[in-house]
Design a protein around this ligand. Structure first.
Ligand SMILES: Cc1cc2nc3c(=O)[nH]c(=O)nc-3n(C[C@H](O)[C@H](O)[C@H](O)COP(=O)(O)OP(=O)(O)OC[C@H]3O[C@@H](n4cnc5c(N)ncnc54)[C@H](O)[C@@H]3O)c2cc1C
Length: 484
């Protein structure tokens, strides 16, 4: 019997299991995919929003502003990059200026510490690539950028060190209420628990309907597509740039990433199929045109990748953080669309307060809050030399674009949350995320995976469930499988 079962290994589940792991609780995290951070947490803008956008009084507003304040310390504790680069919301006419004033007013009501309206000259001084027709901008210096999937992986690794159990490749298919506990039934096993937290992202409505099929809550999946530019143009913009928002959302932004790429997107399209993460010509063209409306000379020939993420928007306009009346002791954290990355640290504290109201829990004195990770590329030369002397695999650079060593790949494979697919290695080390997108290192990483896991090469996958990289032509030869 577990004290708490958490369904879903996105950023919400990750920060909750970490927060809970500081207490004497038996915890189980169940994730249906081959790794954590496979849903919205993997594919988003990675902005830690300042908090001027959500409607005052909503949970989104409260958790956004609180979450933003918690980010610096959280990322330091978990060896995750975080930079407060500030955000600019651009206005091109007096009508749009009115929207900026409304946003500023909302921000003040939400408790955003600093917000300024800048005039054209100041905006262009900061960001010379913005269209010269700009008139004003709202400047929010507390807005930041981070790496949400690294944060998720590291938070879960931290929690595993404190006693968390993780089951990957297991999908929760039903939940049964017993007199004093719940049965959580997956496609592989049955687990008993006193409490459940539903953080299943786009499937959070499915979990609710496992309990009450008529409960009026639906996820309305909204896809957003992106273009990623090469690091060569890393200074194209220095802060996150938005045009004034519309009813559909914050619109297409241009931002640096913490790793030094430039990200452009997303559009917003309601889609019938929750699993459809494909990019489309129309979607990417829309992103391109919208960005061109407010920024000049965008170096589109330096696009190195495209991707799409699905927002778990819902019929309930705010974040849905509730128990259902008939099913006490299950907290649903559902409909967590934007600003879910920003709000996650604050939401994890709400979940902890919820549990503390129900159960007397005591701190786990042996629990650690920190997770130290080495990124070879960031080390000073003397430290690099010391490590290479210790083990020459530190000096064997596997990914030349992102400067990732063989040793980092091996450590990721044997970490507390083992990386056993190419994508899982990418998330933890960035190998394969650079300019060549794995064309050079892909094969080397497959070989390392194959040797370290003692698996034949054809069994290595890109991201689990049949996404094989190579297939055997005959007993002696293999060839690459074409991936879509
Ligand atoms: C295009 C886009 C841009 C965004 N930009 C930002 C931004 O800049 N800043 C910001 O703050 N927020 C942003 N967001 C929102 C943010 O990404 C999400 O709010 C956040 O990632 C949600 O995290 P989650 O843990 O709730 O969901 P997810 O990351 O989707 O995780 C849910 C997990 O549950 C698992 N799961 C589902 N069903 C089951 C089951 N039955 N059994 C077991 N496991 C299951 C899934 O596999 C998944 O791993 C953006 C979102 C999108 C899509």
């Amino acid at each position: 019997m577990y004290d708490v079962i958490i369904i879903g290994g996105g950023i919400i589940g990750a920060l909750i299991v970490r927060e809970f792991s500081f207490y004497n609780l038996s915890l189980l995290l169940i994730e249906k995919e081959s790794d954590v951070s496979m849903g919205a947490t993997k594919a988003n803008s990675a902005i830690v929003h300042a908090g001027y956008d959500p409607i005052p009084g909503t949970l989104k507003a409260k958790t956004n502003v609180e979450g933003n304040k918690l980010y610096q310390e959280l990322c330091e504790e978990l060896s995750v990059p975080f930079k407060r680069i500030g955000a600019l919301v651009l206005a091109f006419n007096d009508e749009e200026l009115k929207t900026l004033m409304e946003l500023k007013d909302r921000g003040i009501k939400n408790g955003v510490p600093e917000l300024y309206i800048l005039k054209r000259e100041e905006v262009l001084k900061r960001e010379p690539n913005i269209s010269k027709d700009v008139k004003y901008a709202l400047f929010a210096p507390t807005s930041g950028i981070t790496n949400p999937f690294l944060l998720t992986v590291h938070a879960i690794e931290n929690a595993i060190g404190n006693g968390l159990v993780v089951k990957l490749n297991e999908e929760v298919v039903s939940i049964k209420k017993e007199e004093k506990f719940y049965q959580v039934i997956t496609n592989k096993d049955i687990y008993l628990t006193k409490y459940i937290i539903n953080c299943a992202g786009i499937n959070s409505d499915k979990i609710i309907k496992m309990l009450d099929p008529d409960y009026p809550f639906e996820i309305i999946p909204r896809k957003g597509e992106y273009l990623v530019l090469d690091k060569k143009v890393k200074d194209f913009v220095k802060s996150t740039i938005f045009h004034v928002p519309t009813e559909k959302g914050k619109g297409v932004l241009i931002t640096p990433t913490v790793e030094g790429n430039i990200l452009i997107g997303p559009n917003a399209e309601e889609i019938p199929n929750k699993e459809d993460k494909s990019t489309t010509l129309n979607g990417l063209l829309e992103v391109k045109e919208k960005a061109k409306n407010y920024c000049e000379n965008i170096p589109f020939p330096l696009v190195i990748n495209t991707f799409a993420g699905i927002r778990a928007s819902s019929t309930y306009k705010d974040f849905f953080i509730k128990e259902l009346p008939e099913f006490r002791n299950i907290l649903h954290i559902a409909g967590i669309d934007s600003p879910g990355i920003t709000s996650a640290p604050s939401i994890s504290k709400i979940a902890l307060e919820w549990l503390m109201e129900k159960e007397k829990i005591t701190p786990n004195k042996n629990a650690k809050r920190t997770l130290n990770k080495i990124f070879f590329r960031d080390l000073p030369d003397e430290e690099k030399e010391r490590l290479i002397k210790e083990d020459p695999r530190w000096g064997h650079i596997i990914c030349r674009c992102e400067h990732v060593s063989e040793m980092e790949v091996i450590l990721a494979i044997h970490s507390k949350l083992p990386a056993i697919t190419l994508e899982a290695i990418r998330k933890r080390t960035r190998a394969g995320m650079g300019r060549c997108q794995g064309a050079f290192c892909g094969y080397h990483i497959m070989k390392i995976l194959s040797e370290e896991l003692n698996l034949p090469l054809p069994q290595i996958t890109f991201k689990g469930s049949g996404s094989y990289m190579v297939k055997m032509e005959n007993k002696a030869r293999w060839k690459y499988v074409k991936r879509s």
